[in-house]
Design a protein around this ligand. Structure first.
Ligand code: BES
Ligand code: MN
Ligand code: ZN
Length: 501
């Protein structure tokens, strides 16, 4: 998609479709008012006829829109009216919804260029540049299509989208935020694509190859891939216990980006990259097992975030570690009751081979120590219990450092990709007691998302750490089945908030 930022008055804009907002009680946005005047009241007439009745949007509902053709005296061929609800309640969420309705309508219509005027609307606490950024991200989110293993189902005619800014002097800043929006959208699309790819294509080796692609051409980026032999030398007995049952070797992928000062401590992101989770010998039931190809969405999100940071050339140091393996049953697979030694030296009794995410992550988290990170954030589709607790709305958040938890919650709220904190109190730790090892890899039936986080906390004592359980947010099921790209928006927002302050 091509994006254009222009200054100028709305009356002079020649476009196939101009999208403009209208509010409750038929109150028109500035651009709608101008078009209405120019067209001798065509818009107010239509609203008075009741063809569209902008209302107070109820929670969860989609805003309505109405396409108007051939309005007199206008240079634009069509006007798309968007119901923006109640002007006083037009907040960031309502703005995003309005943008998505426009994006969906444009994607379906046979229109090749459009001018979106919604960024003229006041959104409390947000800058004009934020509005352009969010608009582009919304359009890109809807433009993404998975086509790698199937023919495209919708051909989109849309090629160019323009926005107007107040004056010429506003153009450079708006252009910067537009190019950032494109970089972030690429990161999200990359995370979605890797998530959506089937597990016979997207293997640990494939993720390592993709990391190479991401690094390519960037002077400040470096890549290292550890093979099983290397992991054995490092003593990563937990990680290797997961790949044992698979024909495919595990990979530990380390992407580094040095955009900051030489002495700036890096932000470390660690992703769970189980390219397929059968459960292993503790085999999962068959229903919806296909969705366990999404069990590498944590890895995909840290790779997508890495891409975006590099593309934006952010002044930070970043290390992304992807712990990738396939969890399969087999003659060599780990068995319930097996005891393994982690890189940290602590032993683990594998009571359930389906609790494999924490086994690959714990060694990756120990490996992280060598980077002397300022913070470590791991991202994982870790527990079904997190879906029980929080559903598909918000990611689960755990941390051993409250300021970090609060920064991540704020980044979630700012980006609309929310996370909600759950407790990591010591009271839960005893659930991981084992008679045969230092730690059991599962607790009892209670508090499954928390005991998983408690397990990880045994390996993150040396730094500030947070854990995002994205089991409920990384993908959608049913007719809309597909990876969401979450929590890339949250992670980027967190990093960008840090750059600004
Ligand atoms: N990848 C799963 C978690 C998961 C399940 C995410 C369903 C999304 C949807 C993870 O490896 C797993 O199997 N966790 C177990 C842990 C249990 C054995 C303690 C679970 O949640 O059932
Ligand atoms: Mn599992
Ligand atoms: Zn898993």
């Amino acid at each position: 998609m091509e994006y254009k930022i222009r200054s100028g008055i709305v009356e002079k804009q020649r476009t196939a479709c101009l999208a403009t907002g209208i509010f409750h009680k038929r109150s028109l946005s500035d651009s709608a008012k101008r078009l209405d005047t120019l067209s001798n009241g065509a818009i107010t007439t239509i609203l008075r006829q009741g063809d569209m009745d902008p209302g107070v949007m109820s929670n969860g509902s989609e805003p309505a829109c109405l396409m108007l053709y051939n309005l007199p005296n206008l240079l634009c061929e069509r006007v798309l009216l968007v119901d923006c609800g109640n002007a006083d309640q037009f907040d960031q969420k309502a703005y995003r919804k309005a943008i998505r309705v426009v994006a969906r309508t444009l994607a379906k219509a046979n229109i090749d260029d459009a001018l979106i005027c919604l960024n003229e609307l006041t959104v409390a606490d947000h800058t004009p540049d934020w509005k352009i950024q969010q608009a582009i991200m919304g359009i890109e989110e809807i433009a993404y299509q998975y086509t790698r293993t199937k023919a495209s189902t919708r051909a989109t005619a849309l090629k160019k989208v323009s926005f107007l800014v107040g004056s010429r002097s506003d153009i450079p800043a708006a252009k910067t935020s537009a190019s950032q929006a494109i970089a972030i959208s690429e990161g999200i699309a990359l995370a979605r694509e890797l998530g959506n790819l089937p597990a016979n294509i997207c293997t640990p080796g494939y993720l390592a190859d993709q990391a190479k692609e991401i690094k390519k051409g960037h002077r400040k980026a470096k890549l290292k891939v550890l093979e099983e032999q290397d992991m054995l030398s490092l003593g990563m007995g937990a990680l290797l216990s997961v790949s044992k049952g698979s024909e495919l070797p595990a990979k530990l992928i380390i992407l580094k980006y040095n955009g900051g000062g030489k002495d700036d401590r890096p932000i470390a992101l660690v992703g769970k990259g189980i390219t397929f989770d059968t459960g292993g010998i503790s085999l999962k039931p068959g229903a919806q097992m296909d969705e366990m190809k999404f069990d590498m969405c944590g890895a995909a999100s840290v790779m997508g975030t890495f891409h975006a940071c590099v593309a934006m050339d952010l002044p930070i140091n970043l290390v992304c570690i992807v712990a990738s393996a396939e969890n399969m049953p087999g003659g060599r697979a780990s068995k319930p009751g097996d005891v393994v030694t982690t890189m940290s030296g602590q032993t683990v009794e594998i009571l359930n081979t389906d609790a494999e995410g924490r086994l690959v992550l714990c060694d990756a988290l120990s490996y992280c120590e060598r980077f002397d990170p300022e913070v470590v954030i791991d991202v994982a589709t870790l527990t079904g219990a997190c879906i029980t607790a929080l559903g598909h709305v918000t990611s689960g958040l755990f941390s051993n450092h409250q300021p970090l938890a609060e920064d991540l919650m704020k980044a979630g709220a700012d980006s609309g990709d929310r996370a909600w904190q759950l407790p990591l109190w010591d009271d839960y730790q005893r659930l991981l007691n084992s008679n045969f090892a230092d730690i059991a890899n599962i607790g009892d039936k209670s508090a499954g998302a928390i005991t998983a986080a408690c397990f990880l906390s045994r390996f993150t004592k040396k730094y500030h750490w947070a854990h995002l359980d994205i089991a409920g947010t990384a993908w959608l099921s049913g007719a809309e089945k597909g990876a969401t790209g979450r929590p890339v928006p949250l992670l980027i927002q967190y990093i960008m908030n840090k750059v600004i302050t």
